[in-house]
Design a protein around this ligand. Structure first.
Ligand code: NA7
Length: 540
């Protein structure tokens, strides 16, 4: 089969990360033939590419795993509270082996184009290796954080040392011993990689544009009692996660607002929350992400923690976030991040004050200084949520606009699952769905299960073509924005809103209403015979 250059399937899946893998499993289980294309040489998606030292999940490992197989969740054991990238990649490989997923995946093939022919109700997908596949259904599982972004700094490619991006890390690893390393970016990736680089390098210079809120993860070996308890009660924990806002069972569902407690009671709760070491910290009170004054009480608490951890008060001030409410950029979880700035071999450069002007053969230049370097690490993020989808030329025969053209002012979807005018095309964790605001695996499972059920319904009712209706799409886009506007999220210039990419439309990309509420809506739509979608029974 490996040499076949054209073939037909019920569904083609783009990507073999956690979304694509589960889609293969689930659709196959319903009797469909599938073919997945994956640009990497193995499964794992984001966890395949992000091999930088310190890469670790910010959802507790016990929850960051598939729930669809009782045998799988009983037999797999995590070694740490927060799993490291190598362990998550081993888990992905284990799942692929256990369910024989690799036989339906073409690795090392990047999908370049996909075209739907309405005359025959078929998608034709072409890859960079010349393989062509046709399918009635096309499912993108290309990842929300899978297109690394390296800013175009003048002279970048003239640099005489090595350039790295955290999201495309060399598989053989990098030895920073004795080297002068510059790191650009202090988002989750920068905050994880900087302490690791600092331990090895002769000197680590961090180029920071925006300081971020980060909580100590208090990572540790897996507590055997917790693991045992989870395995005994997985059904209960998973059910809770499925209906939780972030798809995480351990997150609190607070009833009180921050001002329902006295300042000292708040302080006590924040201290407990801090020592918990979990992103659920921002859910201690129900109004942290919607009321700026409430948010300030929590932000101030974390700012004080930063001042306590960083010995040099000037450096502490530079590291203190003050341009966005806490939680409105993805909150980071770290191991020794702030303490790393107490090391003699680490220095911090404020590039908002003194912007990077160029990179030369020798190193990085700001408007007031030159920093000679042997290596530069870009921890500068991704073209998030839409980048991977729009990296593929997606078209419908006879329709003038490509998907990229349709979305030129921002993505438009109905439920984040489909977009009007592009029949039989489904997005897993697409824009307009909770995706990156949740435990991705919870969101992936919800989408894959909804899509698999939908495809079964279409087949059993002889529907050959399905697409989102324009008016339901318009209403959903309005709803996504309205819900975002009831929160503090739009106040941050974050990748959630496309602000990290010059020229990217500023549209709030994920659905902030919570996974539980979103799931109920999707289920209701299905129960009503896929309300808001057009179902066409005409056979091609
Ligand atoms: P992020 O969160 O997008 O962070 C990127 C960082 O890089 C952020 O600090 C940016 O500063 C900085 N950046 C980007 N471009 C530049 C330039 N040109 N100059 C200086 N600094 C720059 O990406 P991550 O990989 O850390 O995390 C992505 C997600 O992965 C994370 O949220 C988790 O969900 C996992 P800025 O804030 O834009 O001023």
């Amino acid at each position: 089969m490996n040499n076949v250059s054209q073939s037909h399937f019920d569904a083609v899946i783009i990507g073999a990360g956690f979304g694509g893998m589960y889609a293969i499993f689930k659709l196959r289980a319903t009797g469909m033939s599938v073919r997945a294309f994956e640009a990497g040489t193995d499964v794992g998606g984001t966890w395949y590419w992000n091999r930088y030292p310190g890469a670790r999940c910010d959802v507790e490992s016990i929850e960051y795993s598939y729930s669809f197989s009782e045998e799988l969740q009983q037999e797999w054991s995590w070694s740490e509270r927060y799993a490291s990238q190598p362990e998550i990649l081993r888990y992905a490989g284990h799942v692929a082996d256990r369910f024989g997923l690799r036989e339906d995946i073409r690795f090392n093939q990047r999908v370049l184009t996909a075209e739907f022919d309405p005359a025959v109700n078929l998608w034709t997908v072409r890859t960079d290796k010349g393989e062509v596949a046709t399918a009635q259904f096309l499912i993108t599982a290309a990842g929300c954080l899978s297109v690394p972004r390296m800013p175009d700094i003048p002279g970048r490619d003239d640099f005489g040392g090595n350039l790295y991006h955290t999201g495309a890390w060399p598989h053989e690893g990098v030895d920073f011993t004795g080297r002068r390393v510059g790191v650009i970016g202090t988002g989750s990736s920068g905050i994880q990689v900087i302490p690791q680089i600092a331990k090895a390098a002769a000197h680590c210079t961090v180029f920071q544009r925006t300081p971020n809120f980060s909580l100590a993860a208090y990572n540790k070996p897996m507590d055997p009692d917790l693991a045992r308890e989870y395995k005994q009660n997985y059904a209960t924990h998973r059910a809770k996660a499925r209906h939780a806002a972030a798809g995480i069972a351990s997150h609190p569902t607070p009833e009180k607002g921050a001002f329902d407690d006295s300042p000292s009671e708040r302080e006590k709760l924040y201290e407990i929350g801090w020592n918990w070491g979990n992103t659920g910290f921002t859910r201690i009170y129900k109004d942290i992400l919607s009321n700026l004054e409430a948010n300030d009480t929590m932000a101030d608490f974390v700012r004080r923690k930063i001042r306590d951890m960083v010995k040099n008060p000037d450096v502490a001030a530079m590291l203190t976030p003050n341009d966005h409410p806490i939680g409105t950029k993805r909150i980071c979880l770290d191991t020794d991040y702030f303490e790393t700035y107490n090391r003699d071999n680490v220095s911090l450069v404020d590039v908002r004050k003194h912007p990077i002007t160029s990179i030369s053969r020798e190193g990085i230049h700001t408007d007031n200084e030159a920093y000679p370097l042997d290596a530069i690490v870009f921890a500068t993020g991704y073209d998030a949520v839409t980048g991977a989808i729009l990296g593929i030329d997606i078209r419908v025969k006879g329709r003038q606009e490509s998907l990229a053209e349709k979305w030129s002012a921002g993505p438009r979807t109905y439920l984040g699952l489909m977009t009007a005018g592009f029949p039989n095309l489904f997005f897993i964790t697409g824009p307009g769905s909770p995706s990156v605001l949740t435990n991705m695996i919870s969101s992936i499972e919800q989408h894959v299960e909804w899509i698999a059920e939908c495809l079964q319904y279409l087949r059993s009712s002889s529907v050959h073509r399905m697409e989102a209706q324009l008016n339901s799409e318009d209403a959903w886009v309005t709803h996504v924005n309205e819900v975002a506007d009831t929160t503090l999220f739009p106040r941050a210039a974050s990748w959630y809103i496309g602000a990290n990419i010059p020229g990217k439309p500023r549209v709030f990309l994920p659905y902030v209403g919570g996974l539980g509420r979103y799931r109920a809506r999707c289920d209701e739509v299905a129960r009503r015979g896929y309300e808001g979608f057009s179902l066409d029974e005409t056979a091609a």
